[in-house]
Design a protein around this ligand. Structure first.
Ligand code: FE2
Length: 299
């Protein structure tokens, strides 16, 4: 995987970000606030509700057309129901007779791939990787409220929002410190995404050990977890993610991506570093769906 980061060039302080949506608190962020040990343990896997075998599509959280005009409904539908589903089907097939591996969350399997029987590794790397990467991707995009982040008339930052999240200010501060500014980060990230040859991903990651930020790229469905990094933001640059609308214009797709980044979700993932647990991101979507249903049933 490629990696690039910059030495801190400046630190800027952003205006205090007004807490967006009391619903986040209602949805029980504390359920996920505790940090588990960086070392995997039995607490990391096999919990009821955690995304384990057989894997299934996580709830999307928004309609296929909700990201238009930035990502069109047809692309979303095919990407989610066909491409993501195919990775899930292949991963389930590969694990069908592997009882010992069936209680492991996808993120754990990827982080510990070198302990998996060798004949299985490539299949799991590609398909568990594909499942984890796409489950993550659906989490960190959301219907656009405004170019994200933007300033409201009152000077507050306005960010896209879809359910649970965390104040992204600490993440923005870390981005400022690492890359100089949000715009400088977006430029570096976009340049890296444009240069991915063939099919792959571009990531903003935090080191599991230190929490330090970096931009990385990966080929095929390789996950940052393979190199012990925690993904905070990721962009799928496989052609299946954008070809119907953008054809060969990957740069336009990259530009549109910034309109739909769910920074509150990214902020949530950042808040768990260093030492992030191995719970799957689809776990969040499942828990969120349950909490939303419970809240609705009470109102
Ligand atoms: Fe994809």
């Amino acid at each position: 995987m490629g990696r690039m980061n910059t030495e801190p060039t400046q630190i800027t302080r952003r205006d205090a970000l007004k807490t967006l949506g009391a619903s986040a608190a209602l949805l029980g962020l504390n359920l996920f606030a505790s940090k588990l040990s960086a070392a995997p343990s039995s607490a990391d896997v096999g919990k009821p509700g955690v995304d384990v075998y057989p894997f299934a599509l996580p709830p999307l959280g928004y309609a296929f057309n909700a990201l238009e005009p930035h990502i069109d409904a047809r692309t979303m539908e095919i990407h989610y129901t066909k491409h993501h589903q195919a990775y899930i089907d292949n991963a389930n097939k590969a694990l069908a007779s592997r009882r010992a591996l069936q209680n492991m969350a996808p993120e754990y399997l990827l982080a510990k791939l070198d302990t998996v029987p060798e004949p299985l590794r490539t299949t799991l790397r590609n398909n568990v990787g594909g499942h984890a990467n796409h489950a993550f991707f659906w989490e960190i995009i959301a219907p656009a409220k405004s170019p994200a982040p933007a300033r409201s008339e009152e000077g507050e930052l306005v960010v896209n929002d879809s359910g649970m999240g965390k104040d992204p200010k600490p993440l923005f501060d870390a981005i400022d410190e690492t890359f100089g500014s949000l715009d400088a980060f977006k430029k570096q990230f976009g340049d890296a995404a444009a240069k991915v040859f063939g099919s792959g991903w571009t990531w903003l990651v935090a080191s599991r050990a230190t929490g330090k930020l970096a931009i990385t790229t990966s080929g095929n469905q390789d996950s940052p977890l393979l190199t012990n990094d925690i993904p905070l933001l990721g962009l799928d640059v496989w052609e299946h993610a954008y070809y119907l609308k953008y054809q060969n214009r990957r740069a336009d797709y990259i530009a549109a991506f910034w309109e739909i980044v769910n920074w509150r979700r990214c902020g949530m993932f950042y808040s768990r570093t260093p030492g992030a647990p191995f719970l799957g991101v689809s776990h969040f979507a499942q828990e969120e769906a349950k909490m939303t249903k419970m809240i609705k049933s009470r109102s």
